[in-house]
Design a protein around this ligand. Structure first.
Ligand SMILES: Nc1nc2[nH]c(SCCc3ccc(S(N)(=O)=O)cc3)nc2c(=O)[nH]1
Length: 259
């Protein structure tokens, strides 16, 4: 899964038209590099980020989704918690919902059920604005697994079939370093829930905390983490660095079928 940021800080200061084309070009490049899914988010959900209105998210993502969907076969995932953004994004060509709030927002569960596309249920403690202030767990793996199980149950109770569910432990979303490392080390406990597991490790602070590498120097650490996650059963890797990650995944796959 290739990351396509359409938040203003990733935009030039030009008009949105030029930016939609630039985003589309980046999506094509990631698909060329082997991305199976392009993840498009209009809300910056990094720690400390303020929530973005649904209207602003729509302005940012819908033109880009429409342009990409009309020129590229690759599955488009919309990174949003807002039911209206979900609906408009799918109408514009998105084929998957990636919700960091696991369909807990009002109306999100109903929207995801009606839209009949796969949906990622991710664990986050708190909200992006405050989640890194004092993350706290008794047993982070058990608590994250329990949360994901409860959201899977809620989704199935709302009519979303199990086959349409994906789960994600949410690396960096209300977790300290030791919590992130435990979730990676014991990812099998999340995989055991049965739904395909998506992991987002690319460029995250856990990589910097362990290696000392700055934001744009974390690729080797990110590839190591992605390989460890896939070796433990992860099915989808969300990454900014598609070509490098695809290379690493090819080594995992070739070795797996040789076993
Ligand atoms: N399913 C899914 N969707 C995602 N969307 C994002 S955006 C990243 C926001 C962010 C940036 C940096 C840190 S940190 N403090 O760990 O460096 C945390 C969160 N990520 C994920 C992820 O993982 N899964």
């Amino acid at each position: 899964m290739g990351v396509l940021n359409v938040t203003p800080d990733s935009f030039s200061d030009g008009g949105r038209h030029a930016d939609a084309q630039a985003a589309c070009d980046h999506a094509h490049a990631m698909a060329e590099a082997g991305a199976a899914i392009i993840d498009i988010g209009g809300e910056s959900t990094r720690p400390g980020a303020a929530a973005i209105s649904g209207a602003e998210q729509l302005r940012r993502v819908i033109p880009v989704i429409a342009r990409i969907a009309s020129t590229l076969e690759t599955v488009i995932s919309v990174d949003t918690s807002d039911p209206l953004v979900m609906r408009e994004a799918v109408a514009a060509g998105a084929g998957m919902i990636n919700d960091i709030r696991a369909l807990q927002a009002p109306g999100a569960m109903e929207a995801a059920s009606e839209l009949q596309v796969p949906v990622v249920l991710m664990h986050m403690q708190g909200e992006p604005k405050t989640m890194q202030q004092q993350p706290d767990y008794t047993d982070v793996v058990a608590e994250v697994a329990g949360f994901l199980q409860s959201r899977m149950n809620a989704a199935q109770d709302a009519g979303i079939p199990f086959e349409r569910l994906l789960i994600d432990p949410g690396f960096g979303f209300g977790k300290r370093l030791e919590h992130n490392l435990q979730l990676l080390a014991r990812l099998e406990s999340i995989v055991a829930l049965g739904a395909p597991v998506l992991v987002g490790l690319s460029r995250k602070s856990m990589l910097g905390a362990v290696t000392g590498a700055d934001l744009n120097e974390r690729l080797p650490a990110g590839l190591a983490a992605a390989v460890m996650a896939v070796e433990r059963g992860a099915a989808i890797v969300r990454t900014h660095d598609v070509a490098a990650t695809v290379q690493a995944m090819k080594m995992v796959q070739a070795t797996r079928i040789a076993a």
